[in-house]
Design a protein around this ligand. Structure first.
Ligand code: 5RP
Length: 310
């Protein structure tokens, strides 16, 4: 169920920006849809120019596209870790919660995003909403369609089995499931709704991506607007250019999203990796440092971030 009035140029801007965050050696999750396709094409150009990556596609459609772009592919079950996943969305809020599944690929998309150190959503401006409003796509075992429809109706939803566009009958996903789109009058708590939907027997995956994205790039004809999750509150500015982040549940790669700093930039001496005990970041300038310390309070608590005065 796609609804977009975005232009190709807006999507391309978002895709290009996300593709620029990929570094040689990365394993990259490739999302599905027309916006994700822009990132795939941009990555393909970088691969032609020498970027060395392997990619995990989230659908047959994306695998075909990546193959055409000469991007080396590997299977989801064959890799231990994804460095960065890039994907589109049907709706996204300013705090980076998203609704996906318009292309019926959200089950694999969610696995890939969950396995990635860094998950970037790319959209055109028509996808940005103040609150997620649905309909929420559910991938459902074919034999469970009636049961799931009954349960979501009891939850206050209106269930519609998604019909295929170029085939008689329902959509069949890459994994052989059907899709039920569930409309709710209002989604007041997407988190709670997602939890409720997950417990329904027969539901394989729902399209709510809550608290998953590390950043959203909103493509515009003249550039990209960047959204970041959770309210960003500044730490008190101290007189130092050194920041030490201890290992924790912090997804270190999202540093790149927050600051625009890339691994290849010389401001990062030691590359942040989840398996390293700590990372030390020497900032080349006060300005970069001040960007770095704009972590959310949640994040600071999780990573036990120490700021050293030098
Ligand atoms: C596929 C998805 C897509 O990312 C979503 O539908 C957005 O697609 P597009 O960029 O073509 O609007 O979730 O399941």
């Amino acid at each position: 169920m796609k609804r977009t009035s975005g232009t190709d140029e807006q999507k391309r801007q978002a895709g290009k920006k996300a593709a620029s965050y990929v570094c040689s050696g990365d394993t990259v999750g490739l999302g599905t849809g027309s916006t994700a396709a822009m990132a795939v094409r941009e990555l393909g150009k970088r691969v032609t120019n020498g970027l060395t990556i392997q990619a995990v596609p989230t659908s047959y459609a994306t695998a075909d596209l990546a193959q055409d772009a000469d991007i080396p592919l590997c299977g989801l079950s064959a890799i231990e870790h994804i460095d960065i996943a890039i994907d589109g969305a049907d709706q996204v809020t300013e705090s980076c919660d998203a609704l996906k599944g318009g292309g019926a690929a959200h089950t694999t998309e969610k696995i890939v995003a969950s396995r990635a150190s860094e998950f970037i959503i790319i959209v055109d401006p028509s996808k940005v909403v103040s609150t997620l409003s649905g309909p929420v796509p559910l991938a459902v075992l074919p034999s469970a369609v009636t049961h799931v429809s009954d349960v979501v109706t009891r939850l206050g939803g209106q269930a519609t089995l998604r019909e295929a566009a170029h085939k008689d009958g329902p959509v069949v996903t890459d994994q052989g499931n059907h899709v039920i789109d569930v409309s709710f009058e209002k989604i007041s708590s997407p988190d709670a709704l997602g939890a409720d939907l997950s417990t329904i027997p027969g539901v394989v995956e729902h399209g709510l991506f809550i608290d998953m994205a590390d950043g959203v790039f909103v493509g515009r004809s003249d550039g990209v607007r960047q959204l970041q999750p959770s309210p960003w509150l500044p730490l008190p500015v101290v007189d130092t250019h050194i920041l030490v982040l201890r290992r924790g549940s912090y997804r270190c790669a999202s540093l790149r999203v927050l600051t625009g700093v890339k691994k290849s930039d010389d401001v990062i001496l030691q590359i942040p990796r989840l398996d390293s005990f700590s990372i030390v970041i020497l900032c080349s300038s006060r300005c970069v440092f001040e960007q770095l310390i704009y972590f959310s309070i949640e994040c600071i608590v999780e990573i036990r971030c120490d700021v050293l005065v030098c």
